[in-house]
Design a protein around this ligand. Structure first.
Ligand code: GLN
Length: 256
């Protein structure tokens, strides 16, 4: 019987869900169950209302077409999302979702899509015809106890970090935020933004645990954490290994 519960809000699951990002929600629930923690998930679609409270917020990726529809709706929730962030609610924002949680995204057509501004990052799409950032990624995180992460990226937008965030990881293979500075994703407090699909969490249970720990602290106070961390299961290990091998063999080696 689980005696602890975390409440997650899943933003725009119908529109922001490319490359199996919904797997993050499935993996979150499964990993919570491994830890004996109940995970309630509430979905929010266009026009919906945020619940009064949450411990964790998730948003996946989407192409520019979906981002155009989501950006104005998300802007309605910006004040509440900032309050939650200030209150140390955990966030996971992937790819197009990461871009919309930054300061804004300028598309290849030159439209300025507003961002929530949780991450001090800006994203600009290169002109049509420029190379997309596509491929398997192997990166070394800067978060304690997580080490290497694997994933798959596919984005046109180039994201540049401001002084208010630190990168999530340093890319060994892959493009990362912009293909130039070696950074991947961003971390601001308990908020994690990344370009890694894959999905991310099934292949990287330590990242899942980082989010669950943050959600537990939000719900139960600073001392709360996962009690015993079960090892990564065989599927997760196998998936990590396969993804790491693909990145080493086919990925774009980072020069720095
Ligand atoms: N539309 C964005 C880009 O191409 C995000 C793509 C995605 O979420 N996969 O940069």
């Amino acid at each position: 019987m689980s005696d602890r519960t975390i409440r997650a809000v899943w933003l725009y699951p119908e529109l922001m869900n490319v490359y199996a990002d919904r797997g993050n929600v499935i993996a979150l629930r499964a990993r919570c169950a491994d830890h004996g923690i109940e995970c309630e998930v509430e979905r929010l679609e266009l026009g919906g209302d945020l619940p009064d409270d949450a411990d964790l917020v998730l948003i996946g990726g989407g192409q520019d077409r979906e981002q155009r529809r989501v950006a104005p709706d998300l802007a309605r929730h910006a004040a509440r999302l900032h309050e939650w962030h200030d209150d140390d609610v955990a966030f996971l924002a992937v790819c197009g979702g990461f871009q919309l949680f930054g300061d804004g995204y300028r598309t290849a057509r030159g439209e300025e899509l507003p961002g929530v501004g949780l991450f001090d990052v800006t994203t600009v799409a290169p002109p049509p015809g420029a190379e997309r950032c596509v491929g398997d990624v192997l990166a070394e995180t800067h978060l304690d106890g997580i080490g290497e992460v694997v994933g798959f990226e596919n984005h046109a937008g180039r994201t540049y970090l401001g002084p208010g965030v630190r990168p999530f990881a340093h890319v060994q293979y892959g493009w990362g935020n912009n293909g130039v500075d070696g950074t991947e994703g961003a971390v601001a407090g308990s908020a994690l933004g990344t370009y890694l699909h894959g999905s991310l969490l099934p292949r990287n249970p330590r990242v899942t645990d980082w989010l669950i720990d943050a959600a537990l602290r939000h719900r139960y106070g600073a001392g709360a954490s996962i009690e015993d961390s079960p090892p990564e299961d065989a599927y997760a290990l196998g998936a990590r290994e396969a993804a790491a091998t693909a990145a080493r063999e086919r990925g774009r080696a980072n020069a720095d």
